[in-house]
Design a protein around this ligand. Structure first.
Ligand code: ZN
Length: 602
């Protein structure tokens, strides 16, 4: 008998949304084997306590029942036995996200951390997994999509799979269902994308675009040594967006409308967003799934792992995701600058950037970024958005101050050589010291001010040096996301500093920005708007109603706070000039234009 730990998973009850999982341990711990489910999943920095979905547990040894003692919220210990010891659990699976497990009559999907308990102390043993077809006769036509190595199973089939250790087992999300498959190669490495939930897809176009984008990332950093296959899992839903990175795959969710219609060649803003998502998760092949902060080396999935480097692993990834769309020729430089302008607008509009540094945002990911509430825009800054702007600033600074000799590309290549290829975790100041060494510049003040301080990134002058103009203007209405100049016929709008959203048919205020007219008038997040200037108003027509007023006007505002009617007085102002857009500077000198081409061009 092999010394592998054997797991099996059976989608056992679609109606009740249950998976049945077994673990067989040939040589259990003599003191009593402990089994533990992770509290979080790598790539998503929130304590999720996956064991909360375990609804039954049972252990046996050679067919005889064995007592199981629950040690804490995530762990069980079996009474000592000679083995093989077998644990059986049932897991409730109703989380339709890229981070959990989901099973119904349409498909079965799971992430390892949500369903596979670790055999504590034996995590480095090899693993055999049997993926069983759903019970009850459903899903006769379903196939299995996962990048896990097969060991007996046919391609896309049920049956035997294997992993080198527990960490590899839980790094392979699995989709079981009806999916449309597209296949392509990058650098001679087979790649595939499996779309669930949608069957009329222009896979040829998508595969061609993805091959170019993935190719741009390979060109930058070189293929990881153990990358011999790659799979994009893509759940297509009515409205959704997100992804989670793994070493040989990614799990993604997109909206039906993001996908291009067959026959269309236009890159719509929603298709651009889809490509950006794929590009983002693919860049994580290097940045975070293989090259990791020291705090994740190895992962302790039982508690939070704190690092000030989330901006490096998510922010720099967010910088290169859209940049690769331009560098691979999928979008024009103008289209790329529009995306950059939108990111700058998001950062610029939130007062939280004055309160929280990138380093704090990283450390507090668990308690703040992943637990956002109505105060968040005022008190936190996103390590994704501002992190990507820090990456941009660093890239442009290196390019300008070394006369094009060095860029962030060189820094990332050296980081990859030092921390990615070796598997050594990146220390907290790792990126900073590599950047200084590679460029020969003293960057300590730059990092002090913009990573460990809340200084405003000097983007205007850095962009000017690569022939790009950064401009600021007031928003035209609540739907204005920036990235473009205002339409020439735009009237000066009135601004209140809080947006409405619709819940249960009621139009309620979201976050209220610090110092805004809404805050000064006494609006609270959650207040339901009823009337403006004596007339009924809702999310659907507030912009239109505000257009009737001028900055400086005072108007009556009626809201329900819980069930109490409140009358407030709102003084309207012109929106602050926090909406950004970028344009190619036609008057840029030859040096700046050359630097711009080196930065953006395919
Ligand atoms: Zn990411």
């Amino acid at each position: 008998m092999s010394d592998a730990i054997q797991y099996s998973i059976l989608p056992s009850n679609a109606g009740a949304h249950l998976f049945e999982v077994t673990v067989s341990v040939p040589a259990p711990d003599e003191a009593g084997q402990v089994f533990r489910l992770p509290a979080w999943i790598p790539g998503s920095y929130l304590i999720r306590d996956f064991a909360r979905n375990v609804v039954s547990t049972e252990a046996s040894c050679d067919g005889e029942p064995v007592t199981l003692e629950q040690l804490d919220k995530s762990s069980w210990q079996a009474a000592p036995c000679d083995g093989p010891l077998r644990l059986t659990i049932e897991v409730y699976a109703q989380d339709l996200s890229v981070r959990g497990a989901h099973f119904d009559s349409q498909h079965a999907y799971f992430n390892g951390p949500a369903v596979f308990p670790a055999v504590v102390g034996q995590e480095s043993r090899p693993i055999e997994l049997e993926i069983r077809p759903p019970a009850g006769g459903i899903g006769q036509q379903w196939r299995v999509a996962t990048a896990m190595n097969r060991a007996g199973a046919e391609p896309y089939g049920y049956g035997g799979y294997q992993a080198a250790d527990y960490w590899e087992l839980i790094d392979h999300p699995v989709e079981i269902g009806d999916f449309v498959l597209g296949e392509f190669e990058v650098n001679g490495i087979p790649h595939a994308i499996a779309f669930s939930g949608h069957d009329s897809i222009d896979t040829a176009r998508i595969c061609k675009d993805l091959a170019e984008i993935c190719g741009a990332h390979h060109e930058l950093l070189g293929a990881p040594g153990n990358l011999d296959r790659y799979l994009f899992l893509m759940m297509v839903v009515g409205k959704g967006y997100g992804g989670l990175e793994h070493r040989w795959s990614s799990s993604n969710m997109c909206s039906r409308d993001d996908l291009p219609l067959a026959g269309s060649t236009e890159v719509t803003s929603s298709y651009r967003k889809f490509l950006g998502l794929c590009s983002h998760e693919y860049f994580h092949l290097w940045n975070v799934t293989r090259m990791k902060p020291a705090a994740f080396t190895p992962y302790d999935l039982s508690r939070e792992a704190y690092t000030g480097l989330m901006w490096v692993f998510e922010g720099i990834t967010s910088y290169y995701d859209d940049l690769a769309l331009a560098r691979s020729g999928r979008i024009s430089p103008d289209s790329y600058l529009e995306l950059l302008g939108q990111v700058m607008t998001r950062v610029e509009r939130n007062p939280g950037r004055h309160r929280q540094t990138l380093e704090q945002s990283s450390v507090e990911a668990w308690s703040k970024f992943y637990k956002q509430d109505s105060g968040s825009p005022n008190f936190i800054v996103s390590y994704y958005a501002k992190g990507s702007l820090m990456a941009l600033a660093l890239d442009l600074k290196l390019r300008s101050e070394t006369n094009g000799r060095c860029s962030l590309d060189d820094v990332m290549r050296e980081c990859w050589r030092q921390y990615g290829e070796t598997g050594e975790g990146m220390p907290e100041r790792g990126l900073e010291s590599v950047a200084q060494r590679v460029s020969g510049l003293d960057l300590s003040e730059f990092f002090e001010r913009y990573v460990r301080g809340t200084g405003e990134l000097p983007l205007q002058e850095l962009l000017q040096a690569v022939g790009v103009r950064l401009s600021f203007r007031p928003a035209t209405d609540s739907k204005d996301v920036g990235g473009k100049p205002a339409p020439t016929d735009a009237q000066p709008a009135c601004w209140i500093g809080s947006n409405l959203s619709v819940t249960d048919g009621r139009s309620v205020f979201g976050p209220v920005l610090a110092g805004s007219p809404a805050e000064l008038a006494g609006v609270s997040p959650g207040d339901e708007i009823v009337a403006l200037d004596g007339l009924k108003v809702s999310a659907a027509n507030l912009d239109a109603r505000l257009a009737a007023f001028k900055p400086g006007d005072s108007v009556g505002l009626a809201v329900f706070r819980r069930d109490e009617l409140m009358k407030l007085s709102l003084t309207l102002v012109e929106p602050p000039a926090t909406t950004c857009y970028l344009t190619l500077d036609e008057d840029a000198d030859a040096d700046a234009a050359a630097r711009r081409d080196a930065w953006l061009k395919p």
